[in-house]
Design a protein around this ligand. Structure first.
Ligand code: 5GP
Ligand code: MN
Length: 355
């Protein structure tokens, strides 16, 4: 194994996590709002593993998981807070240990945050987002890991529990490794990823079935909404190497929009080699949701922090705009110039050093 390319886990923290998991029989596992494949995969993987040890374990999500993840083993037993408020409150009150996976700040669990923060049992955080907040007793944070599932796999192995990675656990882990790397198309050059995949396949997963279940989940109206967005609503700003797609509530309603239907739309313009960043504006009841993606050094998080009440990562960020769609579009057009200095080959010395 190439030591420089795999995660360098802190042995003392791994020992502490093993002790806490061993010592507690009643464990609540949770993840971020609008859970994705990595959030659902990592929480369910840990849940199955703990149950195989005879423990009572339960996955609680802030809101309902997306339909394309219902096929992940155990997903139908998840308790979303939005549907099971009373039961979730008692689960938190009775828990001996809370495991937080795939989020870095208490506010990421939305209305569950007070339950999490006020719970007087120990808490473990295993995550790969930047800058973890200090709300847990043990924090295993590895932002260099492409997914929490990949990190969790390594933690399980480091605890000496590799034998407990059943096919079900392996299926859950693979789901998050796959979704958080766009099916191994980004953040996916660590050779160790493929060693882990090989191990998961040996444990009986059908990786092609998992891909199909998670990714081939279009409805006809969703397909048509995305087609309409690209064909009729895509605007390109070639001199800024930027793309903009906007969808109003009227347009969303026309295609019977359901949450998640425009999930990967913002990525589509980046399939054009010259495009450096892409912005998607979706009208919600109270504001315009802003979603951005970029490649290379272009910092869309800066744009979201400075103009759209948001933030995120350099290549994936989002925010909210309070106003009409036309105002949001006008705002975007008015700020394009400010970010040209971050484009590849831009004269970065013009405005001083680019940070
Ligand atoms: P998405 O475009 O998938 O909604 O969000 C991409 C990333 O941007 C998220 O993982 C999150 O880090 C960040 N993000 C999205 N929306 C917001 C927001 O409203 N506020 C902040 N601070 N970050 C956001
Ligand atoms: Mn993740």
């Amino acid at each position: 194994m190439n030591k420089t390319e795999s995660l360098n886990l802190d042995k003392a923290k791994v020992d502490e996590v093993r002790r806490l998991l061993n010592d507690n029989d009643n464990i609540v596992i949770t993840c971020h709002l609008t859970p994705d494949g990595d959030a659902i995969g990592s929480t369910l993987a840990l849940c199955h593993l703990l149950r195989s040890m005879g423990k009572k374990a339960k996955v609680v999500t802030p809101d309902v998981p997306p339909k394309n993840l219902y096929g992940v083993p155990g997903a139908k037993e998840i308790m979303p807070f939005t549907r099971f408020e009373t039961q979730v409150k008692s689960l938190f009150a009775e828990a001996g240990l809370i495991c937080c996976l795939d989020f870095n700040a208490a506010k990421r669990v939305d209305r569950l945050a007070p339950l999490l923060v006020d719970a007087d049992c120990p808490k473990i955080l295993i995550d790969h987002h930047l800058f973890p907040e200090n709300f847990a007793d043990v924090v295993i944070s590895h932002p260099e890991s492409s997914s929490t599932c990949f990190l969790l796999y390594q933690v399980i192995v480091a605890m000496g529990w590799a034998d407990r990675i059943s096919r079900r656990v392996a299926e859950c882990i693979y789901t998050g490794m796959m979704t958080d790397t766009g099916n191994f198309t980004y953040n996916s050059n660590d050779p160790e990823l493929y060693m882990v995949i090989a191990d998961l396949v040996k444990r009986g997963i059908d990786k092609d079935r998992i891909y199909s279940m998670v990714c081939n989940s279009n409805s006809v109206s969703r397909l048509q909404l995305n087609g309409y967005a690209v064909s009729e609503k895509l605007r390109v700003f070639p001199e800024h190497r930027a793309a903009l797609i906007s969808l109003t509530q009227d347009e969303l309603n026309r295609y019977h929009y359901e949450r998640g239907d425009t999930e990967s739309l913002v990525n589509v313009p980046l399939s054009v080699p010259d495009m450096v960043y892409s912005v998607f504006l979706r009208e919600e009841a109270a504001y315009i949701k802003v979603s951005c993606r970029s490649r290379g050094e272009f910092p869309v998080n800066k744009m979201c922090e400075e103009h759209f009440n948001g933030g995120g990562h350099k290549n994936a960020a989002g925010g909210e705009f309070f106003g009409t769609m036309d105002q949001a579009i006008a705002k975007f057009e008015s700020i394009l110039d400010q970010y040209d200095k971050y484009l590849p080959n831009a004269n970065n010395n013009k405005d001083g050093k680019v940070s």
